[in-house]
Ligand binder design. Sequence first.
Ligand SMILES: Cc1cc2nc3c(=O)[nH]c(=O)nc-3n(C[C@H](O)[C@H](O)[C@H](O)COP(=O)(O)OP(=O)(O)OC[C@H]3O[C@@H](n4cnc5c(N)ncnc54)[C@H](O)[C@@H]3O)c2cc1C
Length: 426
Amino acid sequence: MKHNLGNYAIIALVILNIIIWLVFPPVNDGRPNFVRQYVGEVIGSTNIILMACALFLSTRPKWAEPYFGGLDRMYITHRRTATVAFLLIFVHVLTVPITTTNLSLGNYLAIIAFVGIVSIVLITLAPRIPFLSKLSGGTYEGWKNLKRFIGIFFIIAFIHALTIPDPLDALVAISWVQIFFIIGTVSYLYTELFGRFFKKFMPYTVDAVKHPNASSTEVTLRAKKNPIKKQRAGQFLFVRFPGDKTLNESHPFTISSAPAEDVLRLTIKASGDFTRYLFGHLQAGTNAVIEGAYGMFDYKTGSAKQIWIAGGIGLTPFLSFIRDMDGNLKHDVNFYYTVRHPEEALFRDEIEAAAQKNPRLKTHVRYSATDGSLTVEEIVKNAGGDLRNYDIYLCGPLPMIQAFTRKFQELGVPGKNIHYEEFNFR
Ligand SMILES: Cc1cc2nc3c(=O)[nH]c(=O)nc-3n(C[C@H](O)[C@H](O)[C@H](O)COP(=O)(O)OP(=O)(O)OC[C@H]3O[C@@H](n4cnc5c(N)ncnc54)[C@H](O)[C@@H]3O)c2cc1C
């Protein structure tokens, strides 16, 4: 319940907005199309509220993580809120009466905001359309940079609302919406301008760089002064390396070391531009800047019987769990680690050693190319035939997470017992 409070709060704000417009309606001054303008303003103000919420979530407020179930879930809410806000723009434009004569500042600003927001969203929503994706640079960073301008059009959209000719006389409702304009604008300025003075960006140095196999890098980081606050095993951080132009992009990675260690270890799979370049170029002694730690993927809050499933590089939070154990595991865990080939499996020795030290940890390393894919039937059999009292933790490729989640739910595992780490923020 607590993990969804943030989502419920956003829905409550939308409902409250409608109630406020109904309880304090605008004065009907007998103008033509009064009702259309009234309904259009209710939709427009809902749009401002949702955009403000999306901009607020972009600030990555650490204190709000428990109300969404972690920063990764907050990003999902951000995405959904922004999508609904985007669709409402069209409903607003189709509802309000539009004049084509005597255009004023408010009308011009409406056109600028509409064209600006729609262009940015279409370009960022269309990475699969070759022509459109080229406009954003085709990369995640290009997409992120373009998305930055949305806040400017949010501000223009609000100034449009204040400068339209002949606005409705609805003091209470309009004052209430202004609160969200302030929240959205301050959030946007915080994210883009002055957040850097408040946020904890901690300076670190790369202590060591190793390659546990042909496609991954283990980076050890040591704090120059104060380390980041780590609360629990399995959390993640954002890291960039300012000394190198390519590596000076902030990317999220799980902290695969245990919270008690005096260094941070990251295990990074070379999968795209940044991570491949890091594999080939990152060296000990490089400066790093770290933001975090974030995340609520925590087996310790789960029930006594657990199943952990790691696919490929999805091993990293479990690695942190294992490194944190020290023979004191208080849960019965069946841990499945699946990779295609033996050479892809990371830290097998450590995983086996942890199982020896913690009799309640049963590990199953699976090579899908030779042994076939891991099946739910096998997991159920090893668990004694019934999964309903189990908490299940999953991390890996999204299709794997989705397929397992669906099957577990079909077998009666409640959704609240299935936990997964989302490795994708787009
Ligand atoms: C919470 C979390 C924990 C993660 N932990 C690990 C880990 O322990 N080990 C590991 O190897 N990978 C981890 N990842 C994935 C890792 O962040 C991406 O693989 C990496 O950022 C890809 O960058 P790229 O340029 O090499 O690949 P690209 O091909 O450019 O990007 C591939 C995908 O990665 C995501 N991505 C790219 N850049 C960013 C960015 N700056 N911020 C957010 N997402 C981005 C996007 O979804 C993109 O579509 C984690 C991701 C998240 C969200």
